[in-house]
Design a binder for this molecule. Sequence first.
Ligand SMILES: NC(=O)c1ccc[n+]([C@@H]2O[C@H](COP(=O)([O-])OP(=O)(O)OC[C@H]3O[C@@H](n4cnc5c(N)ncnc54)[C@H](O)[C@@H]3O)[C@@H](O)[C@H]2O)c1
Ligand SMILES: [Zn+2]
Length: 350
Amino acid sequence: MKKSALLFTTELPRPADLGEELLLIHDEILPRKSKTFKKWMAQFPLRYPVKAGESLKSVQNFPEHITKIVKLCEGASSRRLTVVVAGGGSVGDFGGFVASILKRGVRLVHMPSTWLSAIDSAHGGKTALNVGSAKNQIGTFYPADKIVLSRSLLMAQPDARAFEGFGELLKIALIAGGPLWRDLSKEYEVNATVLWKYLSSAINAKYKVVAKDPEEKSGHRHILNLGHTLGHVLETQYELPHGVAINYGLEFALRFSLHKKIITPAEYEKLMLSPVMGYLLSPVRDELLQTKESVLREFRKQLLSDKKKTSSEVLRFVFLKKPGQCVVREVSVDDILVEVCRQKEDELNG
Ligand SMILES: NC(=O)c1ccc[n+]([C@@H]2O[C@H](COP(=O)([O-])OP(=O)(O)OC[C@H]3O[C@@H](n4cnc5c(N)ncnc54)[C@H](O)[C@@H]3O)[C@@H](O)[C@H]2O)c1
Ligand SMILES: [Zn+2]
């Protein structure tokens, strides 16, 4: 898989530096939030604004989008056309997919506008659409030619978005271990400044994993799903932002790792007592872990739609042995549901 060129910039890039004929697919919120963006985007003759979110990724809505986009690009040459995608992860997954099939594939530039997309989803080449409530069932591997990380665009986000980006940053720091985890673990607060500070190391850490298994063939890339098995269930069940659900999913995975004796109690305690973990632990998570039969039935349905299943009721779960060392084990859907109940009980017993 080709490596995307990374461009760290303080401001928005010159359109002429992004390609010859440009189609800008952007989150419609961006020009409303920033006058600078509004002025910048006026330089693109071809523009396609979209409303961010999971319905943008719905396969049902796709024919209408792609028909409009093809019409918009009627006069453009497939050799010279570049799709520039400005937005968060949903816009990136959608726009990346469009670039991968439009005229059988055109150049792609990602300009992530959320922390989650800047840290994680813009990198690694995965594009995705949802089928019904089942997330990311359709997609392509299509790495961007260039990824622009604009400080001014990212810093303009509301503070709440930092918590969403934090999940993916923490995930990659736990997977990578080493200096990234050592430094991040000492942070007491995670805000925009902290996220920008770790952005480049987090991206490099993700590329290291992806480079060993670009198209998820050997299985190594699977460790990037740390925190995502239960995370995806909570995301769908409660319609949570992806990053928030991943924060809760990470805590679940760490506690499951302790219960399975994959992480030692001493290592677990050291990890949980590090300053940055104070930011992760949330009482909200405990309310979401439900043991009601009707909710567990929904959880089961979501787990069964997990793409990482190895057979009808077994999936590969990513555990943590220590920062820098993940362990992937097969567990049954029932094992996970039992663990949900065990953690809930643990919580109730204080
Ligand atoms: N392809 C991958 O490898 C990968 C990895 C992780 C997540 N994802 C996908 O990413 C999506 C979640 O990412 P996300 O949270 O960035 O999604 P998003 O695109 O839905 O953005 C979240 C919200 O932030 C708003 N927003 C975007 N930029 C903003 C800005 N600068 N200022 C203010 N508000 C802004 C959006 O309008 C939206 O309301 C999910 O669909 C998930 O499946 C993909
Ligand atoms: Zn994720």
